[in-house]
Design a protein around this ligand. Structure first.
Ligand SMILES: Nc1ncnc2c1ncn2[C@@H]1O[C@H](COP(=O)(O)OP(=O)(O)OP(=O)(O)O)[C@@H](O)[C@H]1O
Length: 229
């Protein structure tokens, strides 16, 4: 469903990603685990066309999106929740969500988004910058979902978030996957979070996938060895 092959990219002369291959099924949740600086953010930015790829293919339901501008990739069903959430702090919660809506929605937020995140409805008139870290993460996810994606990419969603809220985010992501038939790729350093949600685990080191385990075979000790410094 979401097929990445031979993907390479970098910054200027320095190549960061080396021939990445990944096929994600519809409704599958894949976790890309790796320490700081191993290439997780570069991977997502390349998938979104924010960092230029030097080679490779990225297909959504058979449609080649590599080479498209970021907004065209969004139109073709790829949504991105960046590291650090990047919500607009001076805009209200409602306005933040509206930035993700297609023009055809006329600014109207779909009911099911507020059902998924009731707190965003309560706080829709508040400035995004006044929300807690966990609420901002929900807002960033809601804004991404407003584009009605087929594939959701999340870059370290648990960063800076309290453990109790992390559990809520895990529950919500699983719910969204089922409700919307979403395919999810999430990057993380926190294994307890991905153990709750992922069907498959990949470890990235220096821009290469060095380990792949299905949920059934995933061995926490082995994966955590890659994550400890
Ligand atoms: N704008 C940039 N220009 C040059 N090199 C960069 C740039 N951004 C990242 N890099 C380099 O690319 C490599 C991968 O970084 P990246 O941010 O993708 O890693 P990461 O796994 O997401 O780490 P983190 O968890 O710290 O975000 C690192 O060596 C980093 O120094």
């Amino acid at each position: 469903m979401f097929s990445i092959s031979n993907l390479a990219s970098g910054y200027g002369q320095s190549q960061i990603l080396h021939d990445l291959d990944l096929d994600v099924d519809k409704q599958e949740i894949v976790a890309v685990m790796g320490r700081n600086g191993m290439g997780k953010t570069t991977f997502f930015k390349t998938l979104m066309g924010i960092v230029n790829q030097t080679r490779g293919s990225v297909k959504v339901d058979g449609i080649e999106v590599a080479g498209m501008d970021t907004h065209q990739r969004v139109e073709n069903g790829v949504a991105y929740v960046p590291q650090g959430r990047m919500i607009f702090p001076g805009m209200t919660v409602l306005e933040n969500i509206q930035t993700g809506l297609p023009a055809s929605a006329g600014g109207k937020v779909p009911e099911d988004l507020y059902q998924l995140f009731p707190v965003l409805h309560e706080m829709r008139k508040r400035k995004g910058g006044n929300l807690s870290g966990g609420q901002q993460q929900q807002l960033a996810i809601a804004r991404a979902l407003a584009t009605n994606p087929k594939v959701l990419l999340l870059d370290e969603p648990t960063e800076g978030i309290q453990p109790s809220i992390i559990k809520d985010i895990a529950r919500t992501l699983k719910e969204i996957r089922t409700l919307r038939g979403l395919t999810i790729v999430v990057s993380e350093q926190v294994l307890s979070f991905t153990m709750e949600i992922a069907d498959r685990f990949l470890v990235i080191e220096k821009g290469r996938f060095v380990l792949e385990e299905s949920r059934q075979n995933a061995d926490e000790t082995t994966i955590s060895r890659y994550l400890s410094v």
